[in-house]
Each structure stands twice: as C-alpha cells, then as structure tokens.
Design a protein around this ligand. Structure first.
Ligand SMILES: *[C@@H]1O[C@H](CO)[C@@H](O)[C@H](O)[C@H]1NC(C)=O
Length: 179
C-alpha cells in the first residue's frame, strides 16, 4: 500500500493514444451529456430581464436555497480566497492524481445567478499528461450544486422568478485521449 501512490501514476502515464490502448482511453472519457465544462448560456442582454434590488433580498434567497446553500462552493459576495495549504489534505491521494489535478477558482456567473460566485473546477490541458505525449487532462466527473437562476418569460406580461437549477462543477480530471 505504501507504494500505491507511485504505481498508479506510472500506470496512467504509460497509456498511449494509439492501437489497442485507445479502447481503454474511451473508458476514461467523461460520460457524454455531462455538459462539462458548462457552455455559456444564450442570454438576452436586455437589462429589463435582470433581477432588481428588490429581487435580491438575501434573506429570502437564502431561505429559498435552504440547506442546499453550500458555502464551500458558493458565495453571494466576491470571495476572499485563502491560499491553498498543500499539507492539509490527503497527500498520497493527491499524488496519485498529480498528473491531472482539478484546479479550483472562483467564477462570477453574473447577476442572473444567486449566489453569483461559484467555485468551479477545471482540468489543465496546457500540455500533455502522458508519456509518450498525446493524452490530455479532461473532465471525468462532476458534482452538482443547486443555484438559483433568474428566469423571465414573456406571455401576456413579463414574468420573472428565481428557479433552482443544478449546476455541474468538475470534481475529477483524468488523463485521456482528446476527442
Ligand atoms: C427581505 O425579506 C424579508 C422577508 O420577506 C423582509 O422582512 C425584509 O424586510 C426584506 N429586506 C429588504 C431589505 O427588503
């Protein structure tokens, strides 16, 4: 078990994107339809469709989300991010994932989401994660958080409301063949 952290990444690195290995690579890809990373929504930029100050009553919105409000991943105000302390987590587990760690960063989703600041994950694909080169870090798993989304519909009159939506956050990256 002591050597587990050494052998796993070596096994990952030895995968090659050609020949028989490629079938294995398919297994490593995220399930299609995961919607990762989240694509930019087609938004009507009309400011009349934005929530007003009256629609942004924190007490009410907090009540709407209830227990689904997760301060680890969401914030109503611009977050002050403390620096990551690498010693604080399971180091060996991290080592095994070192080829493709999830990178976390706060993202501002805009006024039509509440809370509007969400800690999203991403997979670095600046360079290949395999030897020989060819494979890239790609999303492998998502965790969903519930956010409120301001949505307007125009029937007879304009009607807008906060509705709960499931928002996927990348929670795991894997070294895999590019699609
Ligand atoms: C927010 O909503 C609560 C509960 O409905 C209400 O008591 C409070 O006055 C509201 N605050 C503001 C600033 O409108």
């Amino acid at each position: 078990p002591q050597y587990f952290g050494v052998f796993v990444p070596l096994a990952l690195l030895l995968h090659v994107c050609e020949g028989a290995w490629c079938q294995h690579c398919f297994l490593l890809r995220p399930v299609p339809g995961d919607g990762l990373p989240v694509e930019a929504l087609q938004e009507d930029p009309d400011p009349a469709l934005d929530p007003t100050e009256r629609d942004l009553n924190v007490t009410e919105l907090r009540g709407l989300l209830g227990a689904r409000f997760d301060p680890r991943f969401m914030s109503a105000s611009p977050p002050q991010e403390p620096p990551d302390s690498p010693g604080s987590r399971n180091r060996r587990w991290l080592w095994a994932r070192a080829a493709c760690p999830v990178q976390h960063a706060w993202s501002d989703l805009g006024a039509r989401f509440w809370p509007r600041y969400v800690k999203v994950g991403s997979c670095s694909n600046k360079r290949s994660c395999s030897v020989p080169e060819g494979m890239l870090c790609t999303p492998a798993r998502a965790a969903h958080v519930t956010l409120l989304r301001w949505r307007c519909r125009r029937r007879n009159a304009l009607r807008c409301a906060w509705i709960p939506v499931q928002y996927p956050l990348i929670s795991e990256c894997k070294c895999a063949c590019p699609s």
